[in-house]
Write a protein that binds this ligand. Structure first.
Ligand code: HEM
Length: 424
C-alpha cells in the first residue's frame, strides 16, 4: 500500500531534516492502514476527534501483537507504575488533578510565571559564556542546559545530580522511537531505565520527606489532596514523567526556534524591535516546527468510524500531530512561518485530556530564551543548514546547531525579563 511506504519514509532518519512533503502526501489518505495494522492519522479534524474520543486509550498496558491486535501485557514491567500520560480515566484524571495543584492556579498560582526572573538569570549566564569566541553549538551550550536546569529546579534535584538525570532522560527518550524495536521491547527497555531512575528518585523523595522544600516532589509527597493523597510510587512515576516530558521537548523547541529565526531573518529583526512578537512567535513555532511530531501509540477500545474508514477495536493508532498542524484545511498557507497568525490552535501540545501539562513552563522558557539570544548575539548566522538531526521521528530536533556571531552584547543590568510579561 502506497501510504504504508510514506509512513516508513517518515520513520527513516534520512528524511528527518524535512518530513513536511511526506506529511503532505500522507494527508491525501487521512486514515491510512499500514501493513502491520497500525492506522496512521494525519489530518487536523480527525486527529483532534480521536484525541477527544473516550474509545481511544493511552494505556501502554496494551501492546501490539503480530497482525495488529492489541492485548494486555500479562505482567507489568518492573520499576515504577505507569505515569498518568499512559493511563486512562479515571486514574489519569485523579493523578493529573493531584499533580496540577502544584503546577499553577489555584493552588500554586505564581509557580511558573514566578520562574521568569530566575530563568532570565540562567539564560543570561549561558549567553555570557558565548563571549570571547565567535562560534557556538546552540544545542549543547544553550537549548539543552536551560530546560534541564529548569525541570531539575522544579523537582528539587540538586545541581550536581543533573548530568545523571540527563543520561537517564536521554535513554528514556530513545525508547519513544518506533524504529528502535517493537513497542513491547521498548516498554521493557524503558522499564529498566525507570528502575534505576526510580531508585534515585526514591532517595530524593526520602530527603524531601525529611525536609520538605518549595519543590514539586515535596508538594506531591505532603499534599493530602481533596480526595486522598498520591501514593509514593505514583509520586515517583510522576516525577519521572515530568523529568522526561520536560526535557528534550523544550530543548527542541528552543533549537527549532533559533533555526527558524535564522531562516527568517526579517522575523528575527522584528523580534529585536518588537518584544511583544514573541508570544505569537512561540505558538507559531509549535505549529510550524513542533518538537513532538507524532503520538505513535494510541489503542482503540471499540470500532471507530472516521473519515470513511472503520478502525477496528483493538487497533493501534499513530496520530501525526505535525501533519495536522500543517493541514491546509485548517491553517491557511500552512507552510508559511507567520508569527502574526491568528486562530492558531496548533497540535504542538496535543489535545484532549492529555493536553501538555507543562505547556506554561515550556512557553515561559522559550519566551525568555529566544529574545535574549536574538538580542545579544550580533550578526548571528548558521554554519550548516540543514543541521544534523537526532534520528528520533517522534521527538524531532537537531543534534547540534552550530552558529557564528560577531560579538556578544553585555547583559542589561539589572537582568531584565526578556518577555513582555504576558500570561499564558
Ligand atoms: C515545547 C515543549 C513541550 C512540548 C512540545 C510538549 C508536548 C506535549 C504533547 C504533544 C503532549 C501530549 C501527549 C499525549 O497526548 O500522549 C504532552 C503531554 C505532557 N507533557 Fe508536554 N510538552 C512540552 C513540555 C513539557 C514540559 C516542560 C513538561 C513538564 C514540566 C511537560 C509535561 C507533560 C506531561 C506531564 C504530559 C502528560 C499529560 C497527561 O497525560 O495528562 N511537557 N506534552
Amino acid at each position: 500500500m502506497a501510504q504504508s511506504g510514506i509512513y516508513e519514509q517518515i520513520l527513516d532518519p534520512a528524511n528527518r531534516a524535512n518530513p513536511y512533503p511526506l506529511y503532505a502526501e500522507l494527508r491525501k489518505t487521512p486514515v491510512a492502514r499500514q501493513e502491520d495494522g497500525t492506522y496512521v492519522v494525519s489530518t487536523y479534524d480527525e486527529i483532534v476527534g480521536l484525541l477527544h474520543d473516550p474509545r481511544v486509550s493511552s494505556d501502554t498496558g496494551y501492546v501490539l501483537e503480530p497482525g495488529g491486535a492489541v492485548a494486555a501485557l500479562e505482567e507489568g514491567p518492573p520499576g515504577l507504575p505507569m505515569p498518568f500520560i499512559n493511563r486512562d480515566p479515571p486514574e489519569h484524571d485523579r493523578l493529573r488533578g493531584l499533580a496540577v495543584r502544584h503546577f499553577g492556579p489555584p493552588h500554586t498560582p505564581g509557580r511558573i510565571d514566578g520562574m521568569r526572573p530566575w530563568l532570565t538569570e540562567v539564560t543570561t549566564g549561558l549567553i555570557d559564556k558565548f563571549a570571547g569566541k565567535n562560534r557556538a553549538d546552540i544545542v549543547d551550550e544553550f537549548a539543552y542546559p536551560l530546560p534541564v536546569t529548569a525541570i531539575c529546579k522544579l523537582l528539587g534535584v540538586p545541581r550536581e545530580d543533573q548530568p545523571r538525570f540527563a543520561r537517564w532522560a536521554d535513554a528514556i527518550v530513545e525508547t519513544t522511537n518506533p524504529s528502535t524495536g517493537t513497542l513491547e521491547a521498548r516498554i521493557r527497555r524503558r522499564a529498566k531505565v525507570n528502575a534505576e531512575l526510580g531508585q534515585y528518585l526514591n532517595g530524593l523523595a526520602d530527603a524531601h520527606a525529611r525536609q520538605p522544600g518549595d519543590d514539586l516532589i515535596s508538594g506531591l509527597l505532603t499534599d493530602p489532596g481533596p480526595h486522598g493523597s498520591m501514593s509514593r510510587e505514583d509520586v515517583l512515576a510522576t516525577a519521572d514523567l515530568l523529568l522526561v516530558a520536560g526535557h528534550e521537548t523544550t530543548v527542541n523547541l528552543i533549537t527549532n526556534g533559533v533555526l527558524t529565526l535564522l531562516r527568517h531573518p526579517r522575523v528575527l529583526d522584528r523580534l529585536n524591535r518588537e518584544p511583544g512578537l514573541i508570544v505569537g512567535l512561540v505558538e507559531e513555532l509549535l505549529r510550524y516546527e513542533p518538537p513532538v511530531q507524532m503520538l505513535p501509540y494510541r489503542a482503540t477500545l471499540a470500532d471507530i468510524d472516521i473519515a470513511g474508514t472503520t478502525i477496528p477495536d483493538g487497533s493501534v493508532l499513530a496520530l501525526m500531530l505535525a501533519a495536522g498542524s500543517r493541514d491546509p484545511g485548517r491553517f491557511p498557507d500552512p507552510d508559511r512561518f507567520d508569527p502574526d497568525r491568528t486562530n492558531n490552535q496548533h497540535l504542538g501540545y496535543g489535545a484532549g485530556i492529555h493536553y501538555c501539562f507543562g505547556a506554561p513552563l515550556a512557553r515561559v522558557e522559550t519566551q525568555v530564551a529566544l529574545p535574549e539570544l536574538a538580542r545579544r548575539l550580533v550578526n548571528l548566522r548558521l554554519v550548516t543548514d540543514p543541521p544534523p538531526y537526532r534520528p528520533n521521528p517522534v521527538l524531532r530536533g537537531p543534534n547540534h546547531l552550530l552558529v557564528e556571531y560577531d560579538a556578544v552584547v553585555p547583559a542589561a543590568e539589572p537582568v531584565r525579563a526578556a518577555s513582555p510579561g504576558q500570561s499564558m
